[in-house]
Design a protein around this ligand. Structure first.
Ligand code: FES
Ligand SMILES: [Fe+2]
Length: 419
């Protein structure tokens, strides 16, 4: 249980909030490279700020505040120039550092006044890795981009799935520290949904948890489980899989490792990225992909409308089931009324790590996973070969529909080729 004040401290992400300060120490994914192939600008909401990602005619990317500092037209409608982005309302021109380069009327009527020298707009660093654009909103100097394995490894096929989840980021992260929900939400409730959908053949046996464990390690927390019939020698316990501090889960298995990345757009909305790799063992044919060729697609989010009727077809997969759990906890769940049990010890450990990181930032230190050494160009994060007593190897039809892979263009193409 947290007090109202503790809950605010861990959930609020705006400027000048403790968590906002902490999360501004990290590079956050903001767009897939392939989203920018057919457009020049993209609206980005990140940590309570409205920004625009743009590419100018020289190929330089910028990430600047969307509101024009003249009279507030959105630069999402900006026009890319050789250097920078021009506001379409009165033609003021800004570069990727936020410098105002031109104010056409002011420059004509009063060139000596140099009004533009007094104008800047907030501008942030943007960089690309593994087919994702990342933005950094924190103090200089920016750390190096996170060299996590999935962003930099060779010999895999990648895809990127996205959804806006209408709730605070922390309840999504706490779900990742909660192995027991798998047997209820993703097995028992799933079976109820399959009955509702008239597809009882897709039911899954409920695998009861006997023990859960959590170990803090250099990059976050490894979570482990022992299911009925397993021992500590099984990979579900012996290897486990990592929650990467502060807002990644590495999931999947060795054939389809994935990052699930939860980026706060603001206090009540989270940008959700599924960044998935298919290894040769998955059975997906591996072809070279340029960053902008990595497929990008979106997943539907169950809506809470006033009919109160669940959308069963969205709840037939893990991601749909998880999302409905998170959003029905409330936009920012009230942790003063929770009752934590032994299944929640991972949640408690994670909250403690957040508090430790908040304290580090308050002392002027770098928190965990802020990297400064450019010579470290890959960090590997172990996951089970197969999890939940599964078998490693090619992804079967069942696994293809178990989460947002249900909507994957790569798997749809593979299905067409093998049908
Ligand atoms: S509002 Fe942008 S130039 Fe006037
Ligand atoms: Fe889940």
């Amino acid at each position: 249980m947290l007090s109202e004040e503790q809950n605010q401290r861990l959930t609020r992400v705006g400027l000048d909030t403790p968590m906002g300060e902490l999360l501004r120490r990290y590079w956050h994914p903001i767009a897939a490279a392939s989203q920018m192939t057919e457009r020049d600008t993209l609206p980005i909401r990140l940590l309570g700020e409205d920004l625009v990602l743009y590419r100018d005619l020289s190929g330089t990317y910028g990430l600047i505040t969307a509101r024009c500092p003249h009279r507030s037209m959105s630069l999402v409608y900006g026009i890319p120039e050789k250097c920078g982005l021009r506001c379409p309302y009165h033609g003021w021109l800004f570069d990727e550092r936020g410098t105002c380069l031109e104010q056409p009327y002011e420059d004509t009527e009063n060139p000596e006044g140099r009004f533009k020298d007094s104008i800047t707009t907030p501008a942030y660093q943007v960089a690309e890795s593994g087919g994702m654009f990342f933005g950094y909103l924190g103090p200089d100097p920016a750390p190096v981009l996170p060299p996590w394995d999935l962003f930099v490894m060779d010999g895999v096929m990648r895809e990127v799935c996205f959804a806006v989840v209408p709730c605070n980021w922390l309840q999504i992260m706490e779900n990742s520290l909660d192995p027991v929900h798998v047997e209820w939400l993703h097995q028992y409730m799933r079976n109820y949904v399959m009955d509702k959908l008239g597809t009882p053949e897709k039911k899954r046996e409920r695998q009861s948890h006997q023990k859960v464990g959590f170990d803090e390690f250099e990059y976050g927390i490894v979570k482990r489980r022992i299911l009925e019939g397993e021992t500590e020698a099984d990979e579900d316990w012996a290897v486990g899989h990592p929650v990467v501090f502060p807002n990644y889960l590495k999931s999947g298995s060795v054939n389809t490792p994935a990052f699930q990345i939860r980026v706060p757009m603001d206090d009540e909305n989270t940008a959700y990225w599924w960044y998935r790799c298919f290894t040769p063992e998955s059975g997906v044919p591996i072809k070279p992909q340029a960053p902008e060729e990595i497929p990008y697609y979106t997943a539907p989010v169950p809506q809470l409308d006033n009919t109160g009727l669940p959308q069963w077809d969205i709840l037939d997969n893990n991601s749909g089931q998880d999302i409905v759990a998170w959003i029905t906890q409330g936009r920012i769940t009230d942790r003063s009324v929770e009752h934590l049990g032994r299944s929640d010890k991972g949640v408690v450990l994670y909250r403690k790590m957040l508090e430790d990181a908040l304290a580090a930032v308050e002392k002027g230190e770098d928190p965990k996973n802020v990297f400064r050494d450019p010579s470290v160009n890959r960090i590997d994060l172990a996951v089970e070969k197969a999890k939940l007593k599964g078998r490693a190897g090619k992804i079967g039809r069942g696994a293809r529909t178990g989460n947002t892979t249900k909507y994957s263009p790569i798997l749809k193409e593979l299905d067409r080729a093998t049908d």
